[in-house]
Write a protein that binds this ligand. Structure first.
Ligand code: PMV
Length: 315
């Protein structure tokens, strides 16, 4: 049996502007997807622990399937196809909620590539895994998509991503993630922002420019652990994402709960918007206060430490 795991991610600053070539800042977090590979001569099975939520029963085929399970198997099937692999039993387990903008699909693809590469003796390097994973994720999602998620799942740590990927050596942060539990459609949100940009380039370009400045300034603030100022930048970035039209009432309710009763130093939506998650930086009252505030506002809460290790063999 061969086991590999890869981390989920948060985009700290720069979502959407990155689609137009402006560097964004993201980090791997300590929520992981694990993929186990075993030989199954003459067969091919994919098993997942993802919760049976929104399941359906195919009466003709006598099969029970869930949206989450189908989601995981779609990505693993694409990896198997790419490598021409068969005769295997694959098991997928993940702490990362799917469709939340936390890099669940990238972590599954990267962990599957690493586990299969080791099991089949393919000797794929990290650079090869990152490139293959980006291609596979894009083909399954039929989308634009920066290499942010697949690069973070592979290399871990902090990355500055535009057309190229730069590794940054920065200290970890303890963030609190609030999930609205509303799935988001990254492709739809990207199209919305790009169409706004096409209609009002003179307004949208300066917003992208300001987001780019924030993503750049944040690198220094994280390095120096100037957390109050970092929180301020999160708040400004959230406002700019609102201006681009990717905020929702539910996301803003979590942002305001985090900054208010939760005592956060700053909070913003993370990822494409339209649903998914917010990230908040705990203030002096600490993570537990923030967690209670977010739960009371209706969120599912995760604690996420940034700068986590990338793909590895083992759990
Ligand atoms: O929703 P997510 O986490 O996949 O984030 C998408 C972020 C965008 O900047 C909108 C697109 C991208 O590929 O970077």
């Amino acid at each position: 049996m061969t086991l590999a795991s890869a981390p989920g991610k948060v985009i700290l600053f720069g979502e959407h502007a990155v689609v137009s070539g402006i560097p964004a800042l993201g980090s791997a977090v300590d929520l992981r997807a694990r993929v186990m590979v075993e030989d199954l001569p003459g067969g091919l099975e994919i098993e997942t622990n993802l919760p049976l939520k929104g399941f359906s029963l195919d009466l003709l085929a006598g099969r029970l399937s869930s949206k989450e399970a189908l989601y995981a198997t779609r990505y693993v099937s694409a990896v198997l196809e790419e490598l021409g692999a068969t005769g295997l039993h694959i098991k997928v387990e993940s702490d990362i909620p799917p469709g939340a903008g936390l890099g669940s699909s990238a972590a599954i693809v990267v962990a599957a590539l690493a586990a299969l590469s080791s099991h089949l003796g393919l000797g794929l390097s990290r650079v090869e895994i990152a490139a293959l994973a980006h291609r596979i994720e894009k083909s399954v999602q039929k989308g634009l998509g920066s290499p942010m998620d697949t690069a973070l799942a592979t290399f871990g740590g902090y990355l500055q991503v535009s057309s190229c990927v730069r590794e940054l050596d920065l200290p970890p942060l303890a963030l609190v993630v609030g999930h609205t539990e509303i799935p988001h459609d990254t492709r739809h949100e990207i199209d919305k922002v790009q169409s706004l940009r096409a209609r009002h380039p003179d307004l949208v370009e300066p917003i992208f420019g300001a987001i780019g400045l924030i993503a750049e300034r944040a690198v220094y603030l994280i390095k120096e652990l100037k957390l109050a100022e970092l929180g301020e930048l999160m708040n400004i970035n959230h406002g700019l994402l609102e201006a681009l039209g990717v905020g929702t009432k539910e996301l803003s309710e979590l942002v305001y709960a985090a900054r208010g009763v939760g005592g956060a130093l700053g909070a913003k939506l993370t990822g494409a918007g339209g649903g998914g998650c917010i990230i908040a930086l705990p203030g002096p009252a600490g993570g537990p206060t923030l967690e209670i505030a977010l739960r009371q506002a209706g969120a599912r809460v995760f604690h996420a430490r940034t700068g986590s290790e990338g793909v590895r063999l083992g759990a």
